[in-house]
Design a protein around this ligand. Structure first.
Ligand code: PMP
Length: 361
């Protein structure tokens, strides 16, 4: 079977050129006599890989010098606990904007360690929009404000960052990091599971402002303390070495494309193509409020579960895989992350048009 167009929400498609390069270097990383998977994380060869990954990420995201980049394990889900454990040492209270399934999990986890106040929620309409926010809603004494910049399941995104004054903004950016341009200096912490826009599952990237390190609650496990990982340059213990190597290749690929701004323009074209089709379709309908539509995850429905099933099956047979929606929402979802080629979306829309004519006939 040839490689299909993979619309999985994560782990998801990686750039083909990255996979080809990794395959080429699989048995022997040039000049080292071993695979990256077999290397000591303390070796000079590996140091060059992890340092190279960090340098590239700093470059493509324009990360200021007063931020640390950490390569951790445990997924974004571990960050749901790690953030409060580390910042509740300032004051044990934080404000949250509840915009989806993942925000809810972050809130539930923070509640174990202090006060997690929900400032606004869009749960009344199945998280299909981003609530209106203004500065007066936020507690100026909170340790931080938490948002999910892109809601993977519901297909919404913040079009602008909330005005929260001087309180540190913490963002779960798992599903749109590197997909659009962000000014890192507006954030206290950015965290992201790698398995969408960065690398295979197993790596979590944390970008943290220096002054937020060293404030952990005394109960914080060693492995959950940002200070420990910052001091040891992400090598307190064995890091997810191979994932970091792939991340480096992905960062190189992205830089070669022209960086995040160029990527965003491509992503906007891909998303516009799909949304335009959905807006004019007699069969399919996008579920997110147009104003807040994600560039990365596009959930949509058909008139019945039966048609959903037939569509997903026929799409897979035609080479468009993993289009089934999340179990909590149903319907379909096309995740069109950075590595999804524009051509993949063009072909998907062509396929959907053809499918549509078999339903409306
Ligand atoms: N946050 C968001 C926005 C996500 O999309 C996901 C995973 N899909 C998570 C958190 C959880 O990530 P992980 O599986 O890496 O713990």
């Amino acid at each position: 079977m040839a490689r299909a167009y993979n619309f999985s929400a994560g782990p998801s498609v990686l750039p083909e050129s990255v996979l080809v390069k990794a395959a080429k270097e699989m048995l022997e990383y040039p000049g080292s006599g071993q695979s990256v998977m077999e290397m000591s994380h303390r070796s000079a060869e590996y140091e060059a890989i992890i340092d190279g990954a960090e340098t590239l990420l700093r470059e493509i995201m324009s990360i200021p010098d007063n931020y640390k980049v950490l390569f951790l394990q445990g997924g974004a889900s571990s960050q749901f606990a790690m953030v409060p454990l580390n910042l509740f040492g300032i004051v044990p209270a934080a404000d949250f904007v509840n915009t989806g399934t993942w925000s809810k999990k972050a809130i539930a986890e923070a509640k174990r360690y202090g006060a997690a106040r929900v400032v606004a929620t869009s749960e009344d309409k199945k998280f299909s929009y981003i609530p209106k926010l203004d500065r007066s809603m936020f507690d100026p004494a909170a340790a931080y404000v938490h948002i999910t910049t892109n809601n993977t399941i519901e297909g919404t995104r913040f079009r602008q960052l909330p005005d929260i004054g001087s309180v540190p903004l913490v963002a779960d950016m798992s599903s749109n990091i590197l997909g659009e341009v962000y000014d890192v200096s507006k954030f206290g912490i950015i965290y992201a599971g790698a398995q969408k826009n960065i690398a295979p599952a197993g790596l979590t990237v944390v970008i943290i402002r220096d002054d937020l390190i060293g404030k952990a609650l005394p109960i914080t496990p060693t492995m959950f303390n940002y200070q420990v990982h910052a001091d040891e340059k992400s090598k307190y213990n064995t890091p997810p070495c191979y994932c970091i190597y792939i991340a480096k290749l992905v960062f190189e690929w992205l830089k070669g494309l022209g960086g995040v701004a160029a990527m965003q323009r491509i992503n906007e074209r891909k998303a516009a193509l799909l949304y335009e089709f959905l807006d004019n379709s007699k069969v399919f309908k996008g579920t997110a409020a147009p104003e807040f539509r994600s560039l990365m995850n596009v959930p949509f429905t058909s008139p019945s579960e039966e048609i959903d099933k037939r569509f997903i099956k026929e799409a897979a047979a035609a080479g468009f895989i993993n289009l089934k929606g999340h179990r909590s929402v149903g319907g379909m979802r096309a995740s069109i992350y950075n590595a999804m080629p524009e051509q993949g979306v063009v072909k998907l829309v062509e396929f959907m048009k053809k499918f549509e004519s078999t339903v409306t006939k």
